[in-house]
Write a protein of this length. Structure first.
Ligand SMILES: [Zn+2]
Ligand SMILES: [Zn+2]
Length: 291
């Protein structure tokens, strides 16, 4: 009995020390220091979201907006904290693409209207699963510079811990590693993402000059089929921290909604989210758009 009591005391003391260390990190501002430095480097905004939620850094890039933050741990992959970088387009592009390493633990993305893409490069085709709506644009986009940056991103993440997703309104890079205290790696992740963004702009410009245009209207219905999947992170959207778009009903993780800033269903553009029914919270529970 005495031994158990002793063990419990040691455990409690350990927990208290951990808590104190965390508080000290908060007080001295060393937590998320990579995010703070990133904001300073790009003249951007460091947005704190209270004690429970991690901060978001945002800065303009050309006419578009870059946002960097941590993704909440998913129920399917407990203990994995991811860093994500999103570039939000001011003007939509006629392109959808999902890319994950073949060894990834994530489910293969199955976006409607997309098909598997092979580049004819054995090394690349043997390493990544790619789905896109426009094979030619995908090949233009996945030019050598983009592929090098993808390799650079892979080196920053554990094996298979990379995901890239392009939709008409944003480019999203997710790395399964917490880079919030590692400025060098975070800067590298952002810089590789911006190179990929450049490749995307060029690939799209080329195809648009050939007459490909943005087709409207594969919108809201895609959200309502199958299990509720968060369109930002591709994970199952159930549980407590869920926001539903008032306009189209698409479910998002609250964190993902705040991260992107509006509904991520193409063609919806909804900017107000609310907790899912039947909570009947009305507008008091709504989340205003963030810019
Ligand atoms: Zn999500
Ligand atoms: Zn919506």
């Amino acid at each position: 009995m005495g031994l158990i009591g002793f063990a419990l005391t040691v455990l409690a003391a350990y927990g208290l020390l951990r808590l104190l260390a965390k508080c000290a990190a908060w007080a001295t501002g060393s937590r998320y220091r990579a995010f703070r430095r990133l904001a300073g480097r790009h003249g951007g905004r460091y947005e704190t979201r209270g004690l429970a939620d991690s901060p978001i850094v945002s800065f303009p890039h050309g006419e578009d907006l870059v946002r960097v933050g941590l993704a909440p741990a998913s129920a399917r992959r407990p203990g994995v904290t991811s860093t994500r970088v999103v570039v939000r387009f001011r003007r939509g592009i006629p392109f959808r693409l999902d890319l994950i390493p073949l060894v990834s633990q994530r489910p293969r993305p199955q976006t409607r209207g997309t098909q598997p893409i092979l580049l004819g490069d054995r090394e690349f085709d043997g390493a990544f699963a790619v789905q896109a709506n426009d094979p030619e644009m995908a090949r233009d986009f996945l030019a050598p510079a983009t592929r090098w940056s993808l390799e650079g991103l892979q080196r920053l993440a554990p094996p298979g811990g990379l995901a890239l997703a392009v939709s008409p309104e944003r480019l999203l890079v997710q790395l399964d590693r917490d880079l919030s205290d590692d400025p060098d790696s975070l800067f590298a992740a952002v810089s590789e993402t911006l190179t990929i963004y450049q490749g995307l702009r060029e690939g799209v410009r080329k195809r648009v000059s050939e007459g490909v245009t943005l087709i409207e209207g594969d919108g809201p219905s895609e959200a309502l089929e199958g299990p509720p999947i968060c369109k930002v992170c591709g994970e199952l959207a159930d549980g407590v921290a869920i926001v539903v778009c008032v306009k189209c009903g698409a479910p998002h993780h609250r964190d993902c909604w705040e991260f992107v800033g509006w509904c991520s269903i193409y063609g919806c553009g909804g900017k107000i989210g609310r907790p899912p029914a039947p909570s009947a919270l009305g507008t008091s529970g709504s989340f205003p758009p963030r810019s």
